[in-house]
Ligand binder design. Structure first.
Ligand code: HEM
Length: 123
């Protein structure tokens, strides 16, 4: 049966399965393909480090997550779809407290990104 996210291999599986779905998604894939082009290796490695830092408390990510999103054409529907795919991945692959934490963190970050993007539009 399914187990929790406990090591870097688990984090890599989460990220790989999730971005596999993203790249096959009609709404999200055009945005990602345009921004990432042929730098998927770099992006995936960055995302391994990001989730490794958040979920395993092994500090390998030192970026600023929000900034790259300010130049993307993303609205509420995109965030909803992003979260749908992320949660579907978690549910299909894992079961446990860290997987719950991943879902919660993604929701919080999506919420914060949307509030900041909205604020930037108004000012
Ligand atoms: C980077 C798209 C939501 C975390 C990126 C990049 C794209 C992207 C295209 C690469 C930017 C670049 O290299 O120029 C999206 C879209 C989203 C979304 C379309 C939703 C509609 C989220 C959420 C999180 C997140 C909810 C956090 C849970 C990150 C991180 C990076 C990143 C950590 C790397 C930032 C860096 O360069 O250090 N995203 N994203 N994204 N995204 Fe998202």
């Amino acid at each position: 049966s399914k187990s929790d996210i406990t090591n870097l291999d688990d984090v890599k599986r989460l990220v790989d399965v999730f971005y596999g779905k993203v790249r096959r998604d009609a709404l999200l894939s055009p945005i990602f393909e345009k921004a990432i082009g042929d730098h998927w290796d770099t992006h995936l490695n960055k995302m391994y480090q990001f989730w490794q830092t958040v979920l395993l408390e092994e500090h390998t990510y030192y970026g600023s997550p929000f900034l790259p999103h300010t130049k993307l054409p993303i609205k509420k529907e995109h965030f909803q779809q992003w979260l749908l795919l992320f949660n579907a991945t978690l549910k299909a692959e894992f079961n446990g407290e860290v997987a719950e934490e991943a879902s919660w963190r993604a929701h919080k970050m999506a919420e914060m990104f949307q509030l900041k993007l909205q604020y930037m539009e108004e000012n």
